[in-house]
Design a protein around this ligand. Structure first.
Ligand code: SF4
Ligand code: MG
Length: 338
C-alpha cells in the first residue's frame, strides 16, 4: 500500500542573486516498510525536497503534491503538520546536536516528545518508554544514561539517541538525512545496521538521503539519483547498481570504494551546477564523458531505461539521450577522460 506519493514536486527560492530552482520536478511513491534512497551531491536538491515535504522550507515557492495517507503534506494546516511530525513522520539528521537540546537530559527530551504527542501518557510511562527506546538502540545502561546531557554522549551514541527519539512514537515514515556522514566507518556501519533492524521490526518506511551510494547499497529497495534539482535516474536497487543507465549514476558508482576494489577510486570531474544558472539542455552535459551534440540543446525526459529488469516490481527510468544499452560506450568515456 502506498504510504507517500509525491508528484511533480517543484521548489524554488527568490534570492537577491536570482531564482534558485532547488527542485525541478520530483516524483516517487513509497510503500509501508520500504526504503527509498535519495542520492546526490550537495546542492542536488535532495535535502530541500524532503525538508519541503516536512514544511521546513519557509519562504519557498512550492508546487506539486505529496499525499501521505491521502493528506497533502504541502497543504495541510500547520497544526496538523505539527501532529504528523514526530508521531507519523520521524526525522533523523546528520548532526544530532542540532536536534538534541544541549541543556536537557537526553531521556527527558524523548519523554517530552512522547508526552507532546500522547496527552494520556503519564510522566512515568513516558520515562519508561524513553529508557526502553534508548536500550533498543543499544545505549548501555539506558536507565542511567537517560539522565546524561547530549555532550556526555559520543557522536555515535547521540545518533542512536536521535534514532530512539525518531522511533519513540512508532511513526510510519522516517526521513533520515545523511544520518551517518559525521561518523567514522565502524560506527557508521553499526548505525546503518541498527536502522535496518529497527525498520524491519517496526515496519517503518524509510527515506534515506545520502551523497554516498555505498551507504544505501544494502538497504534501499529503490534509489532516486538527483542531479541539478531533478531525478537523473530512478531504479530498483539491483538495476541501479548492476545496470545503471545515466552517466552520472555510473560516475557515482565508480566513486564508491567497494564497487571498484579500492584503489581505482574515481571521482566525477567538475562541479555540481549552480541552481541559479543551470546549464542548458541536459544539466549534466558540462561534466558528462558521453556528451553528444544534442545534449546542450535539449533536456532529456525521464524515460524507461531498458529491459530486462533485475527488480521487476519497480520502474527504471533515466533522463539521458543515450541509447538504452550503453555497454561498449565505456571505451569512449575512458578516452574522453584521459
Ligand atoms: Fe550525458 Fe547527454 Fe546523457 Fe546528459 S543526455 S547524461 S550529457 S549523454
Ligand atoms: Mg543536505
Amino acid at each position: 500500500m502506498t504510504l507517500l506519493q509525491v508528484t511533480d514536486l517543484r521548489v524554488s527560492f527568490d534570492t537577491p542573486d536570482g531564482v534558485v530552482r532547488a527542485v525541478r520536478g520530483m516524483s516517487f511513491a513509497l510503500d509501508r516498510g520500504r526504503t527509498l534512497g535519495i542520492v546526490g551531491e550537495s546542492g542536488s536538491g535532495k535535502s530541500v525536497a524532503t525538508q519541503t515535504l516536512m514544511r521546513l522550507t519557509p519562504g519557498a515557492r512550492v508546487t506539486g503534491r505529496a499525499l501521505f495517507e491521502g493528506q497533502d503534506l504541502l497543504t495541510v494546516s500547520d497544526r496538523r503538520m505539527r501532529e504528523l511530525r514526530g508521531a507519523e513522520i520521524g526525522m533523523i539528521f546528520q548532526d544530532p546536536l542540532s536536534s538534541l537540546h544541549p541543556l536537557y537530559r537526553v531521556g527527558r527530551q524523548i519523554e517530552e516528545m512522547i508526552r507532546a504527542h500522547d496527552g494520556k501518557a503519564t510522566r512515568e510511562q513516558a520515562r519508561k518508554r524513553a529508557v526502553e527506546m534508548l536500550g533498543l538502540v543499544g545505549i548501555p545502561r539506558p536507565d542511567r544514561r537517560a539522565d546524561d546531557y547530549p555532550h556526555q554522549f559520543s557522536g555515535g551514541m547521540r545518533q542512536r539517541a536521535m534514532i530512539a527519539m525518531a522511533l519513540a512514537l512508532n511513526p510510519k515514515l522516517i526521513i533520515a538525512d545523511e544520518p551517518t556522514t559525521a561518523l567514522d566507518a565502524t560506527v557508521q556501519a553499526q548505525i546503518l545496521d541498527l536502522m535496518r533492524r529497527l525498520q524491519r521490526e517496526f515496519d517503518t518506511a524509510l527515506i534515506m538521503i545520502t551523497h554516498d551510494l555505498g551507504v544505501i547499497a544494502d538497504m534501499a529497495d529503490e534509489v532516486l539519483v538527483m542531479y541539478g534539482g531533478r531525478p537523473a535516474e530512478v531504479a530498483g536497487r539491483r538495476d541501479l547498481y548492476y545496470r545503471p543507465h545515466h552517466p552520472y549514476t555510473k560516475g557515482l558508482l565508480e566513486s564508491v570504494p567497494s564497487a571498484t576494489g579500492g584503489d581505482r577510486l574515481r571521482t566525477i570531474s567538475g562541479q555540481p551546477p549552480s541552481l541559479i544558472n543551470l546549464p542548458s539542455g541536459c544539466v549534466f552535459h558540462p561534466r558528462c564523458p558521453y556528451v553528444m551534440d544534442r545534449c546542450p540543446v535539449d533536456e532529456p525526459p525521464l524515460d524507461p531505461a531498458g529491459e530486462p529488469r533485475l527488480d521487476p516490481g519497480t520502474e527504471h527510468v533515466s533522463a539521458c539521450w543515450l541509447p538504452h544499452d550503453i555497454a561498449g560506450l565505456d571505451e569512449r568515456a575512458e578516452t574522453a577522460r584521459a
